[in-house]
Design a binder for this molecule. Structure first.
Ligand SMILES: NC(=O)c1ccc[n+]([C@@H]2O[C@H](COP(=O)([O-])OP(=O)(O)OC[C@H]3O[C@@H](n4cnc5c(N)ncnc54)[C@H](O)[C@@H]3O)[C@@H](O)[C@H]2O)c1
Length: 317
């Protein structure tokens, strides 16, 4: 019996796209990966290099180069083609470039007959995800941004160091914009199931030096810590993309803080921001509405306002 191949296109064969592809090849997440780039030779070279991993892996992933017009049969298109902010710029400063690039990519993909799920990492990711939703005309559950998945992972890594435990034993989220206005929902951070706020209350002396505000700042600034030293961040986000793709292709129902289009959830409509969601075969199966406390709700609203202003500044006609 012939099984249907799981196919993923990665548009943007730079550092993020190739790190994502490498992570997927290593974990045998799909059967085929098509690398796409505006510089075809770059996509081809990445595909060739990645295909040479096969001999050293447990399973075979076919990796080849293609174009945005070849996306018809893809289950997922991962979008990593984008403008990187220059030193001193925020992610929102590259909005105009992002809009031009996104339109030039999504239009031919849709025209090719693509009927799968978009997963987006290109920055500013909340706005680009919104743009992809608008341009593609796909239902909102099939357009997913990486959102604060990487920030949440950075938070877990920081906490794992403080508490000397595995990051996967920490549960919690950075929410809102993947950018300056994100925040940590401390009221929902648990370690081994126990709320962190209870732990700190119970062991005041032991954790008296722990400053949650500082940890939230380090979570937010971690990307810049890397970016200012090596000019890009790509392994973490590449893994986050692969993790989301795996949850879709294997119908895993993982809960991941992704950038999702809100339609009334959290009292917000017509914007895209980082919230926890169940990621399954059809894309976003459900958004989780956390009971945020008053301070967190105010931060969430403020972050949504910033994203909304950027969306409103885009002329989408
Ligand atoms: N969401 C996140 O957490 C996160 C983290 C890191 C980077 N990023 C973003 O990912 C994007 C890519 O970053 P990178 O470090 O891989 O950059 P990069 O410069 O290494 O790669 C970008 C690639 O996109 C290609 N490209 C540009 N315009 C294109 C187009 N119109 N069609 C096809 N290909 C095109 C370029 O040729 C290049 O190969 C940026 O927007 C960056 O800000 C997001």
């Amino acid at each position: 019996m012939k099984r249907k191949s799981r196919k993923v296109a990665i548009v943007g064969s730079g550092l993020v796209g190739s790190s994502c592809a490498y992570s997927m090849v290593n974990q045998a997440i799909c059967d085929e990966i098509m690398m796409v780039d505006r510089t075809y030779d770059r996509a081809m070279a990445q595909a060739l290099d990645l295909s040479h991993c096969t001999d050293f892996m447990g399973t075979r992933t076919k990796v080849y180069a293609g174009t945005t017009s070849d996306c018809a049969g893809m289950d997922i298109v991962i979008l990593t083609a984008g403008a990187n902010p220059k030193p001193g710029q925020t992610r929102l400063d590259v909005l105009d470039d992002a809009k031009t690039i996104t339109r030039s990519i999504v239009t031919p993909i849709v025209e090719s007959g693509f009927d799968g799920i978009f997963v987006i990492a290109a920055n500013p990711v909340d706005i680009v995800t919104y743009l992809v939703w608008q341009i593609s005309g796909l239902p909102r559950h099939r357009v997913i941004g990486t959102g604060t998945s990487i920030d949440s992972s950075r938070l877990k890594t920081l906490l794992s160091e403080v508490f000397s435990i595995d990051p996967r034993s920490v549960n919690g989220y950075a929410l809102g914009e993947h950018g300056e206005s994100q925040f940590v929902a401390w009221s929902h951070v648990t370690i081994g199931g126990k709320p962190i706020l209870h732990i700190l209350d119970q062991h005041r002396e032991r954790f008296k030096h722990l400053d949650l505000g500082d940890l939230a700042r380090k979570t937010k600034d971690a990307g810049w810590e890397i970016f200012t030293r090596k000019g890009s961040t790509h392994f973490g986000i590449g893994s986050a993309l692969a993790y989301i793709a795996r949850s879709i292709l294997n119908d895993e129902h993982k809960i991941i803080a992704v950038s999702a289009i809100l339609d009334g959830e959290y009292g917000q409509k017509g914007i895209c921001t980082g919230v926890p969601a169940i990621i399954a075969g059809e894309g976003i199966q459900e958004l989780l509405e956390l009971n945020l406390n008053e301070e967190e709700s105010a931060k969430f609203t403020a972050s949504c306002d910033i994203i909304r202003r950027s969306i409103d500044s885009l002329s989408l006609s």
